[in-house]
Design a protein around this ligand. Structure first.
Ligand code: PLP
Length: 408
């Protein structure tokens, strides 16, 4: 097991007090900032003087003091040298990959990734001359076999959406090093649970929309990496974050800053509940998959990757085989049992349930869905922590039995 303690590294970040000594930081809403001496302005544009080098803030698409606080939290959590926040998870992914790849370059990606990312790689990037080979994330040899002289990036999700396949990050990191290419890991499903940079990843991307914010009331993303890479992204003349402009609003950043201190507590509770529900479903013979169960094919691997005490994450899947059976179960779970809500997204304090093949993975063609192990009846349950656990176990047992999904 890993001993990295993201709660502690977060706690060690220099505390930012509000303008009047408030225990919360202030929200700096200014889009532009006063430069005290005219000679400093060109130096800021040339990247010689940032706020950390005797310069100052310039313009909020570049750096904003409030957003910067959140970036420091993210980099402390992942143990990266630096981080930059973006307006969404998708912009964190697209800016990262467009910074690393030019026309003619190639990516080797896990085939079990969020549908939007799949569409970015499969539909949009080829129009820019960037191609992708998709492979099973559990098959490190397949990644290696797909690397060519044009490959710049290995891309994977730490725990894949929605199949919950686990990537061997240390092995992929070795591979990336061997071929002098970058390993980019989307850690949206497992903040705190897994720290990919500690396991050898070069860059971690997040959709902060999910667990990190935890309230399903905003959209945000982040990129964590070495200073050099973050500075490249922020370069005033050429950086992809600067040029594409997915700027995080300081008011949104402030909301996330307020929720980060209880992320560890929330992740533990999401994991604890998901584990209990998955164990119960397995006991009654329901077709459940959860990486915390010893029956999960990559359980041992995941156990060797996770940080102590945050569990195995808050997401489980139930394979109902057909879309109609999945819809029947979702309807009972929401409308009869009040177990959770039929809604996309994850990381909310209430349970969110969706049928991935016809929702968040619907960008992926049916034949590719089959290849990645996504059945049309796969239900993804992002387990929340409202209500009593005992009542939740009774609700899901009744629902699963009502649709005949348990032989026991
Ligand atoms: N990465 C993963 C694993 C996701 O599940 C999602 C969204 O569902 C994203 C990235 C995209 O994030 P956002 O909706 O914040 O752009």
């Amino acid at each position: 097991m890993k001993n990295y303690n993201p709660e502690q590294t977060l706690c060690e970040v220099r505390r930012e007090f509000g303008e009047h000594g408030g225990v919360t930081p202030s929200i700096s809403r200014s889009s532009t900032f006063t430069v005290m001496e005219p000679g400093i302005m060109p130096e800021i544009f040339d990247g010689i003087r940032g706020p950390d080098k005797g310069g100052c803030f310039l313009y909020s698409r570049h750096f904003n003091p409030t957003v910067d606080i959140l970036s420091r939290y993210l980099s402390a959590m992942e143990g990266s040298e630096a981080a930059v926040c973006t307006a969404s998870g998708m912009s964190a992914i697209s800016c990262t990959l467009l910074q690393l790849c030019n026309h003619g370059d190639h990516i080797v990606s896990s085939n079990t990734i969020y549908g939007g990312t799949h569409a970015l790689l499969e539909e949009l990037f080829p129009q820019m001359g960037i191609t992708t080979t998709f492979v099973d994330p559990t098959d490190t040899a397949a990644f290696e076999a797909s690397i060519t002289a044009k490959t710049r990036v290995i891309y994977t999700e730490a725990v894949g959406n929605p199949t919950l396949k686990v990537a061997d990050i240390p092995a992929l990191s070795k591979l990336a090093n061997k071929h002098s290419i970058k390993l980019v890991v989307d850690n949206t499903f497992t903040p705190m649970v897994i720290s990919p940079i500690q396991l050898g990843a070069d860059i971690v991307v997040h959709s902060m929309t999910k667990f990190i914010n935890g309230a399903s009331d905003l959209i945000a993303g982040a990129i964590c990496a070495e200073k050099d890479f973050i500075y490249k992204l922020m370069d005033l003349h050429t950086g992809r974050v600067m040029l594409l402009g997915p700027t995080l609003d300081p008011r949104v950043a402030f909301d996330i800053i307020q929720r980060i201190p209880h992320l560890a507590i929330r992740m533990r509770e999401h994991s604890l509940r998901a584990m209990a529900i998955a164990g119960h479903l397995e006991k009654i013979g329901a077709p459940v998959t959860y990486p915390g169960l010893t029956s999960h094919p990559q359980h041992k691997l995941l156990k060797s990757l996770i940080n102590k005490s945050y569990g195995y994450g808050g997401i489980l899947i139930i394979d109902c085989k057909t879309k109609s059976k999945a819809e029947e179960l979702m309807s009972i779970l929401q409308n009869k049992e009040r177990f959770g809500y039929i809604a996309v997204s994850l990381g909310y304090y209430d349970t969110l349930i969706s049928c991935s093949g016809s929702s968040t993975s619907s960008e992926i063609p049916p034949e590719d869905q089959l290849k990645m192990g996504l059945s049309p009846g796969l239900l993804r349950l992002a387990i929340g922590f409202t209500g009593s656990l005992a009542a939740r176990l009774e609700q899901i047992e009744r629902a699963v039995k009502a649709v005949g999904l348990n032989p026991n």
